[in-house]
Write a protein that binds this ligand. Structure first.
Ligand SMILES: Cc1cc2nc3c(=O)[nH]c(=O)nc-3n(C[C@H](O)[C@H](O)[C@H](O)COP(=O)(O)OP(=O)(O)OC[C@H]3O[C@@H](n4cnc5c(N)ncnc54)[C@H](O)[C@@H]3O)c2cc1C
Length: 399
């Protein structure tokens, strides 16, 4: 019998598992997918998240195999274009989530976690004494059989559309915003011709910096990131309603968006789509964690705002650290006070950034605000650079 059952082997699940296993807990991680598996994402790990992973001794391979990202290129309407280099030489990485998540899972197994793929969790097993609900494990399908997995602690790390959080009535998609994402990899994308040239340490050869890109347009945005292997990740996020005809042919939608954009069309003129596009939405999920004993939420399963700031992995990893600490405390001393402390820990770690992200999200949703932002960007480019540093969680990088 495990002490802790973790549902979902994405970054939240594997990081929580690693911390718990290192602390001596018996951890079982289950996922419905077989790994390595794909995951729609912008594929960038920001500097603050790299620093958290380094503090957990989980970043070496990611740093070695990912492409270095020195900042963000942000563009807006009417030719606004600002390079926001991360301050003090900080850098993130770009890496396929297929590879990133597999590296983190292998490290979790090396730390002692047991892992089973092909286990699709259907619902939480809940006991109730009439006043309180207590989670005592999960029901799942595995290898064509229905099974029950008992555990004193279950961590729901099963992502944005969490089966556990939705099934328990804790999660819902808010009425607004209703945004969807479509993403694909492209071959043969020309790099931005004005990319930043700097000098190498020796001061002789010019070095080309690699920037992630965020192209903000009326009501929508396109994130672009080169990834290892010569491919380029392209994600479009825009409002949508059920039955939206545009999303029935997502490849055509992406092609149209790129072709009609004056800044991007030339760079994609010779590009080919290399993977079938993936569509995801509605993106936003509100979660009300009512603090059920036996259950902890981590990563996107604990709520998701919007991918624009490229910091979901940061929330997933910090949230996993907090959930792991809560699980250890519950194992040792019982559940009393655990949820209240976890909620306070999450509020102190995330509240400022959540506020910042909500303001940015509202900004791209408002055509007039986009105009004002474009003007502000022209007269105050330093403000945009500060936003890029904040979005990149650069304040979390130790000096
Ligand atoms: C379009 C888009 C772009 C993004 N770009 C970035 C970016 O550039 N940088 C960044 O930091 N963040 C980005 N994010 C956010 C980031 O992808 C997430 O925050 C991150 O993946 C959360 O990790 P997680 O471990 O919580 O969930 P996930 O990575 O989604 O992992 C959940 C796991 O649970 C498993 N699972 C789900 N349901 C079940 C079930 N019922 N039974 C068993 N297993 C199950 C899944 O197979 C999966 O392996 C982006 C998100 C989107 C939508």
């Amino acid at each position: 019998v495990s002490d802790v059952l973790i549902v979902g082997a994405g970054p939240a699940g594997t990081v929580a598992g690693t911390i718990l296993a290192r602390a001596g807990a018996r951890v079982r991680i289950v996922d419905r997918a077989s790994f390595p598996r794909d995951k729609l994402c912008g594929d960038t790990v920001n500097p603050g998240t790299m620093a958290r992973l380094a503090a957990l001794r989980l970043s070496d391979e990611i740093a070695a195999r990912g492409l270095r990202v020195d900042g963000m290129l942000v563009t807006g309407e009417r030719g606004v274009r600002i390079e926001g280099r991360y301050p003090r030489g900080h850098a993130g990485r770009a890496m396929l989530r297929r590879d990133l998540d597999w590296l983190l899972l292998q490290q979790a197994m090396a730390a002692g976690c047991a892992f089973e793929s092909g286990v699709a969790v259907r619902r939480a097993l809940v006991e109730s004494d009439g006043t309180r609900r207590v989670v005592r494990g999960v029901a799942a399908s595995a290898g064509g059989r229905e099974i029950e997995i008992d555990a004193p602690i279950t961590i729901a790390a099963d992502g944005r559309h969490s089966t556990l959080a939705f099934g328990l009535g804790l999660a819902r998609h808010p009425d607004r915003p209703r945004r969807w994402a479509v993403g694909a990899y492209y071959d043969n994308v020309a790099r931005d011709q004005d990319q930043v040239q700097t000098r190498s340490r020796s001061g002789r050869e010019p070095v080309t910096s690699m920037f992630g890109e965020m192209h903000i347009r009326r009501g929508r945005y396109i994130g672009i990131a080169p990834v290892p292997g010569g491919l380029t990740n392209v994600c479009l996020v825009r409002p949508s309603q059920p039955g939206d005809a545009d999303f029935q042919d997502p490849a055509a939608l992406l092609a149209r968006e790129l072709a009609c954009d004056s800044l991007l069309r030339d760079r994609f003129a010779d590009a080919r789509i290399a993977t079938p596009p993936v569509v995801l939405g509605p993106l936003a999920v509100d979660v009300r964690d009512e603090g059920l004993d036996g259950l902890l939420l981590a990563g996107d399963a604990a709520g998701f705002i919007d991918p624009m700031t490229g910091d979901g992995l940061g929330f997933a990893i910090r949230g996993a650290e907090l959930a792991a600490a809560a699980a250890l405390r519950a194992l040792e001393h019982g559940w009393r006070g655990v949820h209240a402390d976890l909620a306070a820990g999450r509020a102190s770690a995330f509240a400022d950034k959540w506020r910042f992200n909500r303001v940015l999200r509202a900004l791209v949703a408002e055509p007039r605000a986009v105009d004002v932002a474009a003007l502000a960007a022209r007269v105050m480019p330093a403000a945009v650079r500060a936003v890029v540093a904040r979005a990149g969680d650069c304040h979390l990088v130790p000096a």
